[in-house]
Write a protein that binds this ligand. Structure first.
Ligand code: ANZ
Ligand code: ZN
Length: 866
């Protein structure tokens, strides 16, 4: 198999990112426009899987495309090397995580090189290297100095299996750990946070500037940041409790204020923090404590409202509140419930059962605990015809008008929007509230009680408290953190200070690595600001749509704010984002029992050996339990790197799922062989120089055949160029290669000018270079040897304008039967009927004297009907 010989023969040349570009005025302009092409770096798990191969193939092809266009290209590679799995694996194997990680990186590097990527290996970084994590610590210091890193006692999500704290984001909606799947417990610990909430508004608004990001990803980020415009409303208490005269709530529906029937506070509300004050709230202090304890386990979540949370309420019968705009009305009851998230807004909610579904449910469940069980009247009603008696409750529409029975006189008859504004103004006037914007985005909890991560550069001193390790003493190495637990306080010099034991969330390591690639060996700065550059194309899995991208945007904006990142006015790190689809494995299922079948259970005809039946076939996420995994290295070994790369691209649009079927590779192999054979067999008499074929080839502009080939060639060049530029429809690139190859082969049998075909062939060869670099080198070297061109410089074929022919060949039909064709001026079909007939008679195509009833003219056909 010739294809297998290509990579060993050409690898050293094709994986070298530098080469000579053929002289072209257009591409030489690009020399001042560097392109930064980046694939998300990988966790060194130990084995390269097909998903890795897919991302790296995409980024490699795009980077090669830009290199051919003469852009200076940065296409780096590295490793997200800290993290829990290494630590667990190391414990299992009795080795250090560093050893395990290093060996995995070694294996994966070897594996990676088999698909011949042109990475800038000289920029390689590993986040677990001291000269990398020194700068991760430096970022911590800078955030701290800017008031964006702080420590607070906080309830954390504790994973009892992995024995670590999890960020809210790492807890799923059922309260389970994203990694171990264990039910997450609650614990109180002093933790470090990054104040990402200070950036909420910018992180939200600047999404609009990311024109080349998928809308889906931007929407996911918007939802995550969760902007909510609403109103702070203070409700006076009947008496002072725990120092408070009023309870503060946040509502997005202040126009419903008159319908408030009760108020609910979250489990961590300030009125509940002081145990000795609880008797001021209820006579059943024990009952309250038990209630909080019971409900606490349930309140896990990162959203302001999780429908799964319990709506059980505990009535604080000794306190009550007053509606701030209706001071003459009765006092209202106050409940405690876990559905109110304590750290969203002020952690208390005004209950409007007639306008909100969960308030309605809550009221139905808890109203019997209150003496007065009536349902308050609705305050907003539909705008138009309706019957108040049959209006279905709760009435939740956000549009409507305020009823004339509403007790807040100022808003009667106003629509919802006006009413909201009026209420906010009334509240502001009496200092009982104001409008505000809330975000669901929480601060970033970065402390991890793990060993294999970047040590937090903090020293705890009895007299000074937490003190930053000064920049000159960075990095705090893992060894120092683990072995020199007591140390000197950098501030007062006391010898009894202790080092912070926690490490940082590994999402911090990956939130700035793209900057380090630009200046990977700088030992005096994190990177030289003059070298800072926006990533032009960032490729990775959609699973990183929220956290990694949000954290990277935050750190990047921060790096802009402190003057380091200068290449984007908003501090956005990634210009274009491409999220590649998942690679799915062929899954064989026994139709009788739904069990997954192993390959060994299938015979050579694809039937189940045990039953002789046809298995059911599905494409699903690859997993060991489904026996549907595939080894990319095997494919490369069997078919060569060029074919494997082309196959990966050909099987699916970049953003779609790729159903992996190795045997379908035959199509691209056939094409590659055809292209190589074409070069080997092409026979040109009096061949010209390379430059003549490339720059000054001549062809016959009067010949239809030449024009047709020329125009098609330009169309294909244009389409391939657009696909690489867009980076997503790379499957059509491969089909265009196939079409052009076939066209050249066919045209060699016809009268198409040989100069033109040679020009097309050379262009084909370079257009395939991004995808199949070894085959491309092979082809050009065959031609060069055959025609004595010597060393040739590469180029990217720029599409030229198509040439419209001055003549057209018309088909002549008589009574729907085809007669001989005739060449006329291209506008021939616009001539009058008798003019056409005259010309055709002159040319001897139709006979003089015969009368035709009709002449049917279309663009290229004349049909004479008798
Ligand atoms: C009264 C009301 C009436 C409400 C009504 C809604 C409909 P978003 O848009 O998600 O911000 N809320 C406020 N703080 C809360 C907390 N800490 N935990 C749980 N729920 C909370 O939601 C804002 C609405 O969620 C607020 O508006 C409040 O209920 C509730 F017909 O106030 B609303
Ligand atoms: Zn000190």
């Amino acid at each position: 198999d010739k294809l297998l010989t290509l990579s060993p023969k050409w690898r050293s040349k094709t994986t070298n990112p530098t080469f000579k570009i053929h002289n072209s005025p257009k591409s030489f302009k690009n020399a001042n426009d560097p392109k930064y092409i980046l694939s998300m770096f990988s966790y060194p798990s130990g084995n390269l899987h097909i998903g890795h191969l897919r991302v790296y193939t995409i980024s490699d092809c795009i980077s090669r495309y830009y290199r051919l266009k003469n852009h200076p290209v940065i296409h780096p590679i590295g490793w997200d090397a800290f993290g829990l799995p290494a630590e667990n694996a190391a414990i299992d194997r009795g080795i250090s995580p560093a050893t395990w990680t290093k060996s995995n990186i070694g294996t994966m590097t070897t594996q990676m090189k088999t698909f011949d990527p042109a990475f800038d290996w000289n920029r390689e970084i590993k986040t677990c290297d001291e000269d990398y994590y020194k700068w991760t610590q430096w970022i911590f210091n800078k955030l701290y100095e800017n008031g964006l890193a702080y420590r607070k006692m906080s309830e954390i999500n504790w994973d009892p299996v992995d024995k670590t704290v999890l960020a809210n984001e790492q807890v799923d909606s059922e309260g389970k750990s994203w990694r171990s799947g264990a039910i997450v417990e609650k614990k109180m610990l002093k933790q470090w946070f990054f104040k990402i909430s200070d950036y909420s508004e910018r992180l939200l608004n600047d999404l609009n500037a990311l024109k080349e990001w998928p809308d889906k990803v931007k929407q996911m980020q918007r939802n995550w940041i969760g902007q909510s415009k609403g109103t702070i409303i203070k409700f006076p208490l009947n008496k002072k409790v725990n120092g408070l005269n009023e309870l503060v709530t946040f509502t997005s529906r202040s126009e419903t204020l008159a319908s408030v029937q009760y108020l609910t506070v979250g489990l961590k509300h300030p009125i509940l923090t002081n145990e000795t004050e609880l008797h001021n709230l209820t006579d059943d202090v024990e009952g309250l404590k038990n209630f909080i304890k019971k409900e606490n386990g349930k309140s896990i979540g990162n959203k302001s409202y999780n429908p799964l949370l319990s709506k059980d309420g505990f009535l604080l019968e000794k306190i009550s509140i007053q509606n701030p705009l209706l001071p003459n009305e009765e006092y209202l009851p106050v409940f405690v419930s876990s559905y109110v998230i304590s750290d969203y807004g002020p952690g208390a909610v005004m209950g409007c059962p007639t306008h909100d579904t969960r308030d309605f449910e809550f009221w139905e469940l808890n109203n019997k605990k209150v003496a007065n069980k009536t349902l308050k009247p609705v305050s907003v009603v539909p705008d138009g015809d309706f019957d108040i008696e049959t209006l279905e409750l709760p009435y939740v529409a956000k549009q409507g008008v305020i009823t004339n029975t509403n007790k807040i006189e100022e808003i009667r008859g106003q629509n919802s929007k006006q009413a909201k504004k009026t209420v906010d103004e009334l509240l502001t006037k009496i200092d009982m509230g104001h409008d505000t914007t809330n975000y669901k985005l929480r601060d970033w909890l970065i402390s991890r009680q793990r060993k294999w991560g970047t040590p937090i550069p903090i020293i705890h001193c009895d007299s000074c408290g937490p003190v930053l390790v000064p920049e000159s003493q960075l990095p705090v190495t893992l060894k120092q953190q683990q072995e020199e637990t007591t140390c000197k306080c950098p501030k007062c010099g006391s010898k009894n200070a202790v080092r912070e034991k926690d490490t940082m969330d590994t999402f911090i390591d990956s939130s700035w690595y793209f900057f380090r690639y630009l200046d990977p060996t700088n030992s005096s700065q994190i990177f030289d600001p003059k070298k800072s550059k926006k990533v032009d194309v960032y490729i990775g899995g959609v699973e990183h749509a929220i956290l990694h991208l949000l954290y990277s945007r935050f750190i990047s904006k921060f790096m802009k704010d402190i003057g380091y990142y200068t290449d984007d006015s908003l501090g956005e790190p990634f210009e274009k984002l491409i999220t590649q689809g998942m690679v799915q494995g062929k899954t064989l299922i026994n139709p009788d029992n739904g069990r997954f079948l192993k390959k060994e259970e299938i015979d050579s005809n694809g039937k189940i050996i045990a039953t002789g039946k046809q298995p059911k076939i599905a494409f699903e996420k690859m997993s060991k339990s489904k026996y549907n995994g595939a080894d990319p290295l095997e494919c490369i070994e069997k078919h060569g790197s060029d074919a494997t790369r082309a196959h990966i691209l050909f099987q699916a649009h970049v953003t779609d799922a790729l159903n992996w079927e190795e045997q379908k590779i035959v199509g691209v192999k056939k094409w590659l062989n055809k292209m190589i054979n074409l070069c080997e067999n092409i026979d040109i008499k009096n061949a010209k120089s390379y430059e003549e074929y490339v720059d000054s080839f001549v062809f016959n502009k009067e010949s239809d055949l030449d024009l047709k080939f020329f125009n098609k060639l330009q169309k294909i060049c244009k389409s391939i160029d657009a696909s690489f530029e867009d980076g997503k429809s790379l499957n059509t690139v491969i089909s265009n290669y196939m079409i052009l190859t076939n066209d050249i082969i066919e045209s060699l049998q016809s009268d198409v000018s040989k100069d033109l075909l040679m020009n097309g062939l050379i262009k084909l060869i370079y257009m395939t270079y991004p995808v199949a670099p070894n085959a491309s080198e092979e082809c050009i070297s065959i031609l060069s040897e055959k025609f004595g061109w010597g060393e040739v410089a590469k180029f990217w074929p720029e599409a030229e304008e198509p040439i419209t022919s001055s003549t057209t060949s018309y088909k002549i039909l008589i009574n729907n039967k085809r007669k001989n064709d005739v060449i006329l001026d291209s506008e021939g079909h616009k001539l009058k009927d008798d003019e056409i007939i005259k010309i055709l008679i002159e040319k001897g195509v139709i006979k003089n004297g015969i009368v035709y009833k009709r002449l049917i003219k279309t663009n290229k056909i004349f049909n004479f009907v008798q």
